[in-house]
Design a protein around this ligand. Structure first.
Ligand code: SF4
Ligand code: SF4
Length: 609
């Protein structure tokens, strides 16, 4: 049992907002049980106004009324329990922008029971009509309650339909059926076992269209909020009512609440712990909405106050253990490649087969990645399942803090890979990181790119550079996953250290080298050495082992689709201020770059590939 759920939500990024009506409208009596509803770009909320003030003696009940802990304090000239409804539009900060008392005079008849008016009206829009739906008990002398649908136009009730229950015409009080927002005229009449009913408002009947087996032992769950679609599921808030007697044998009640989550076939997947909103005993929730990545929950407190609770969906997802955005789990090798710097003239090695001009034409931002920002990003990654590869669009050790970044990510449990030319690498950097196991699946390891005799890669070959390569040679057996490559025959300056090296097949970097060749004469001369594929404009996705999750981080925090995207055509978002799982693409997403990449595949062929 959570005694103060509101406090918990606030501590996790939420906020609480009182919903106030002027006392000239309420005459000082209670407002309660608001119902929030997002109507297009408007935030609507019904606030129930009652013509009494509830006195409820809570806690140790030291100051009870002589008739019990609960008493209704009415105006002397009106001792009925009367409800009016005020339809409000809220501002974006959830203050009240407009309010209007609903005019029900067209359909009102002389009430014959002491509870008067439509109680706990939930606001919904079904088939383009705005409705209030709640219980009315003033039409029969015994107080029989039935759910009603009231159509509202311009703050007037223009039509009223009373709904008979599906199975038991003698049922005394039908209330708190929960309207299903995305299914017009459907309600969950009972939560567990789940009974879904469909209403025919034209003849006032209803029929049960789903009756599911019960889930667990919690079967006395009563309706509260709307039922809303949420991340391929449906969710709501229900209430439980503990009717108990105090030590003077006087009747009392305590309301608590729970979230319930169904799959789309109405199988209950989760029922939360019970909670009290603000540690009160009389609380009631009538509304739930999703708005701007947050849940809005509207509830009343002790029949005397109305509140809106704003709750980040991220926190709700944590409570409900919803992990719908962990798309990276389609591959065992989700990877972020780190571009630690983009110098004003690009990577100093300036390999002919690297589209540096293409990159410089479009990148005009932070030149050097800040260590602190990198650390913050690593701390916020959803899990250490993400492999961190230091390569990206330039030589990683051009940034003096790269070894520290490697060490930090490693210590946080991430798998690490490094692709370096050795330019900018210092012996102390190697000593810092040589203990790391760099060998983790495809495109992994600690790969040293050596200069070639044709100077396709133009390493600045200095005495210090050669010493670093010599040093690596002395300890290469200590580096797990160590390997070497070159773009041609190894350059004579380091041939005494590594006489030969693997020469990879060159591709056009998803077409980027075609444009690069036009502005780089040295590449134009050797363009027959790289291959290119064009899928003829077909919609393609990625067939790499890492799938769409080998993205490249830029020094300014932007995350680009992959190591082919030198033209930065597909920026997914920015990891300095967005969450990884919020910006990565869904599996099978197609990108234009993939249509000219050797790793592209049509989505329909992917599972068979
Ligand atoms: S291939 Fe690597 S080393 Fe060569 S220019 Fe591109 S980023 Fe720099
Ligand atoms: S361009 Fe598309 S297919 Fe090629 S590697 Fe990138 S994501 Fe994969």
């Amino acid at each position: 049992m959570i005694n103060n759920f509101v406090k918990q939500v606030i501590e996790n990024g939420g906020s609480i907002h009182p919903l106030l009506l002027p006392s000239t409208e309420t005459f000082g009596t209670g407002i309660m049980n608001p119902s929030i509803f997002i109507d297009g770009d408007k935030i609507l909320c019904n606030i129930r106004h009652v013509n009494y003030t509830l006195f409820h003696c809570e806690g140790e009940q030291l100051f009870g009324n002589r008739h019990g802990p609960l008493a209704y304090i009415n105006p002397e000239n009106d001792i009925k329990l009367r409800t009016n409804n005020f339809l409000c539009e809220l501002n974006k900060d959830f203050t009240i922008k407009t309010y209007n008392k609903i005019d029900t005079t067209k359909l009102d008849i002389q009430p014959v029971w002491e509870f008067i008016g439509l109680e706990d009206a939930r606001v919904v829009r079904w088939e383009d009509k705005l409705f209030f739906t709640g219980v009315r008990r003033d039409t029969k002398t015994n107080g029989e309650g039935r759910m009603e649908l009231s159509e509202i136009v311009d703050n007037k009730e223009i039509r009223r339909d009373r709904i008979e229950p599906p199975n038991d015409p003698n049922s005394y009080c039908e209330k708190n059926w929960m309207p299903v927002l995305d299914m017009p005229y459907h309600y969950v009449k009972w939560t567990n076992p789940t009974e879904l009913v469909k209403v025919n408002k034209d003849n006032g009947t209803s029929e049960t269209i789903h009756l599911k087996n019960a889930f667990g032992n919690l079967q006395n769950l009563r309706g509260s909020s709307h039922i809303i679609p949420y991340k391929n599921k449906r969710i709501c808030i229900i209430h439980e009512c503990d009717l108990w007697k105090n030590k003077l044998n006087q009747k009392d009640a305590k309301y608590t609440h729970r979230f319930v989550m169904w799959d789309l076939d109405w199988n209950i997947e989760w029922i939360s712990d019970s909670f009290s909103f603000m540690d009160g005993e009389i609380e009631f929730c009538c509304g739930l909405a999703e708005y701007n990545n947050e849940l809005l929950i509207s509830f009343g407190f002790q029949d005397n106050a109305a509140f809106l609770l704003r709750m980040p969906t991220k926190y709700f997802d944590t409570l409900a253990n919803i992990k719908t955005k962990d798309y990276w789990r389609v591959t065992p090798y989700p990877t972020i490649e780190i571009t630690t710097s983009i110098p004003p003239k690009g990577c100093v090695v300036d390999c002919a087969f690297c589209p540096q001009r293409t990159l410089l034409n479009v990148y005009n931002s932070e030149k050097m990645m800040e260590y602190e920002k990198f650390v913050d990003m690593i701390d916020r990654l959803p899990s250490n399942e993400i492999r961190i590869t230091f390569s990206g669009f330039t030589e990683p050790f051009l940034n003096r803090r790269t070894a520290d970044m490697i060490l930090y990510a490693h210590n946080k449990g991430h798998r690490i890979s490094v692709f370096t030319t050795g330019v900018g690498l210092r012996k102390e950097d190697i000593d810092k990181i040589k203990h790391i196991n760099f060998s983790h699946g495809p495109n992994s390891g600690f790969i040293l790119h050596l200069p070639d005799s044709e100077r396709i890669a133009k390493h600045p070959i200095t005495k210090e550079y050669i010493e670093v390569v010599e040093y690596i040679k002395t300890i290469e057996n200590e580096i797990n996953g160590f390997g070497i490559m070159s773009m041609g025959e190894v350059h004579e300056s380091v041939k005494h250290i590594y006489p030969t090296a693997h020469i990879p097949t060159f591709w056009s970097r998803a077409g980027n080298l075609l444009g690069e060749a036009m502005i780089k004469p040295e590449l134009e001369k050797i363009k027959d050495r790289f291959q290119h594929i064009d899928h003829g404009g077909k919609e393609m996705t990625c067939n790499c082992l890492e799938d769409l999750y080998h993205n490249v981080l830029l020094p300014d925090g932007r995350l680009s689709l992959c190591c082919m995207d030198y033209g930065l055509k597909h920026i997914l978002g920015n990891l300095w201020d967005q969450e990884y799982e919020d910006i990565i693409p869904k599996p099978f997403t197609c990108f234009t770059l993939c249509s000219s990449c050797e790793n592209g595949i049509e989505p329909k062929n992917k599972n068979n590939a």
